[in-house]
Design a protein around this ligand. Structure first.
Ligand code: GLP
Length: 239
């Protein structure tokens, strides 16, 4: 695991962007949340100046809420369209987001197909990740197993509370999600995790220095040979 620390999130995102452009024309694993936004902005600037082209790149998102209309502005379908497909110039037909709507049986069946779709595309070249303040990656909450695959999960109360800032109230936040599993994520050829702010410092320390195990899902990244953490100094402050 390589750890890159920069003064600001914007500087850390520039380093992450250097690593992500290698996936252009291949397969990029896409994260949502506020953490990757400076990275997407850095990539959008490179698209605008013509130094990279994602038009033929395939994208696979990490996760999606269950039971939220894909057209809802906070669905990950909407966020991927807004933050990634538009600004980075992906072809919409080449970007895939787990299905969170329909009956639960349909959601489960489509989750089962997701890992096969990634494999059929040749596997993820570079997986972008954020980290939850409880150490989650994607929506793999504490307790997620190393061999987990894409599946429907319950969200931790702390995740519902953290994500309520995007909704009118905590009661509106979905209580379940579909997420790529830990083993799905670890199948990527390389992984770039971005984290910024003091609120992530404890989770970053647990991921880097704590035991490898289910209590901090991000700690499983230490089982992979090609992982880079791009941190601002606040997120790295407890290392
Ligand atoms: C969300 C997402 C994760 C994200 C994390 C942190 O709930 N499912 O993919 O990395 O929580 O979010 P943020 O970057 O907004 O702090």
């Amino acid at each position: 695991m390589r750890i890159i620390v920069r003064d600001t999130a914007v500087e850390a995102a520039e380093h992450a962007a250097d690593l992500v452009v290698d996936s252009a024309g291949g397969v990029l694993g896409l994260a949502t949340g506020s953490s990757p936004q400076p990275l997407y902005a850095a990539l959008a600037a490179r698209v605008a100046d013509g130094s990279v082209d994602f038009g033929r790149t395939r994208g696979f998102a990490l996760d999606e809420y269950v039971g939220l209309d894909p057209a809802h502005p906070e669905s990950y379908h909407s966020i991927i369209a807004r933050d990634v497909i538009g600004p980075l110039g992906f072809s919409p037909s080449r970007v895939f987001v787990p299905a969170g709507s329909g009956t639960l049986d349909e959601v489960d069946a489509r989750a089962l197909d997701y890992d096969a779709a990634i494999a059929a595309a040749g596997g993820v070249d570079v997986q972008i990740l954020g980290i939850g303040s409880n150490g989650h990656i994607g929506f793999n909450e504490p307790g997620s197993a190393a061999d987990s695959v894409t599946r429907r999960v319950d969200l931790a109360p702390s995740t519902i509370a953290a994500n309520s800032r995007f909704f009118r109230s905590a009661g509106e936040v979905p209580v379940q999600a579909v997420t790529q599993g830990i083993s799905t994520i670890l199948r990527a050829r390389s992984i770039v995790l971005v984290a910024s702010g003091a609120a992530k410092a404890r989770a970053v320390r647990a991921a880097v220095e704590g035991p490898v195990g289910e209590s901090c899902p991000a700690s499983f990244l230490r089982l992979h040979d090609e992982v880079t953490l791009c941190l601002d100094s606040a997120a790295a402050s407890q290392l």
